[in-house]
Write a new protein. Structure first.
Length: 328
């Protein structure tokens, strides 16, 4: 593995780069041509460009990307596309650049990347005025020890994730939010779908084990975050994908109205809250069981059922970030 400085120099010197854009993401289809042109004008040349029209083929596509032995892979799309890239690029001598073209762009926000396309492109032009730098950030490692015949593609019992593992109402929202509604209304589509589904959603009990100590709780929603954002909002002012911590937190208890009020508090006050508050449990390893067993959402995809084991892998991913990003 090269040092971050050596990899950054290789990229700035015209190293091998690939571009992957999900043209089915919220802005991907509309901005694909413009983004490619702007990157070229900024001095970023690509050995190969991969437009993605069928997201189910992302895995085999990334096998082709890795075969090129690139120094830089720029990925344009939403959190699902970025999450697939993270799973392939973690622990490799390759930098990931993110063009935030999705609906919530949680991981891009956690990396403090501009959501404006012009500024995002300038950040990815490493070695040029306004260009970013190579940093290394944490990822999460997820293992489902539940029903091997549960939902999710084969091989998904273990998975590297970028931003978040979640259980509860959000799983049903992710499955039921209409694609057209998401395309036209953005993040608001998730809130509208959640409001529609909440009256019929049943609470669950969870046993959260950290360092041999188990906490039992009841809730409609439980999250385990590596990143700093959920639904496009900060979860806490000091949360970061580079802090060597997983943040475990629930939204409300078994009462449905508490979920609504906790979600509103999250949206309105997350930027001022701290991970030191009692609402959060922080750790590098957590085990979770639920009653009843639940399907689990890992960065927007269903990956098996509880019980699950989740671990942090510190500084496992090289990424392009703004110069102001604090790299620890």
């Amino acid at each position: 593995m090269r040092s971050k400085t050596e990899l950054e120099s290789a990229i700035a010197g015209g190293g091998r780069a690939a571009l992957v854009i999900n043209s089915r993401s919220r802005r991907g289809r509309r901005l694909f041509g413009r983004a490619r042109r702007m990157l070229r004008e900024a001095g970023v040349e690509f050995v190969h460009v991969f437009p993605v029209t069928d997201p189910t083929r992302l895995r085999e596509l990334f096998a082709d990307v890795l075969a090129m032995e690139p120094d830089l892979v720029i990925v344009g799309g939403g959190d699902g596309t970025v999450a697939e890239a993270v799973g392939h690029l973690a622990h490799r001598d390759i930098a990931l650049g993110v063009l935030p073209l999705g609906t919530t762009n949680n991981f891009a926000r956690s990396l403090e990347l501009p959501l404006n396309l012009d500024r995002a492109v300038r950040t990815l032009a490493v070695g040029r005025p306004g260009g970013g730098k190579v940093a290394d950030v944490d990822v999460g490692w997820f293992e489902s020890t539940g029903d091997p015949h549960g939902e999710g593609p084969a091989g998904d019992r273990e998975h590297i994730f970028a931003n978040m593992v979640s259980l509860g109402l959000s799983v049903h929202v992710a499955e039921n939010v209409p694609h057209l509604l998401k395309r036209f209304m953005g993040r608001s589509a998730y809130a509208l779908t959640a409001a529609r589904l909440l009256p019929g959603h049943e609470a669950f009990r969870a046993r959260v084990t950290i360092d041999g100590e188990t906490v039992e709780l009841a809730t409609h929603q439980l999250n385990i975050a590596n990143g700093a954002h959920q639904s496009g909002q900060r979860i806490a002012r000091d949360a970061s994908p580079d802090d060597r911590l997983l943040a475990v937190y629930r939204l409300g208890d078994e009462r449905r109205l508490r979920l609504a009020s906790a979600t509103a508090r999250h949206v309105l006050t997350g930027q001022w809250r701290s991970l030191n508050e009692d609402a959060f449990l922080t750790t590098a390893h957590v085990e979770i069981e639920t009653d009843p067993p639940l399907r689990v959402d890992v960065d927007g995809e269903i990956r098996g059922r509880t019980p699950v084991s989740i671990r942090l892998r510190g500084n496992a991913l090289r990424v392009i970030v703004p110069q102001t990003f604090v790299d620890t």
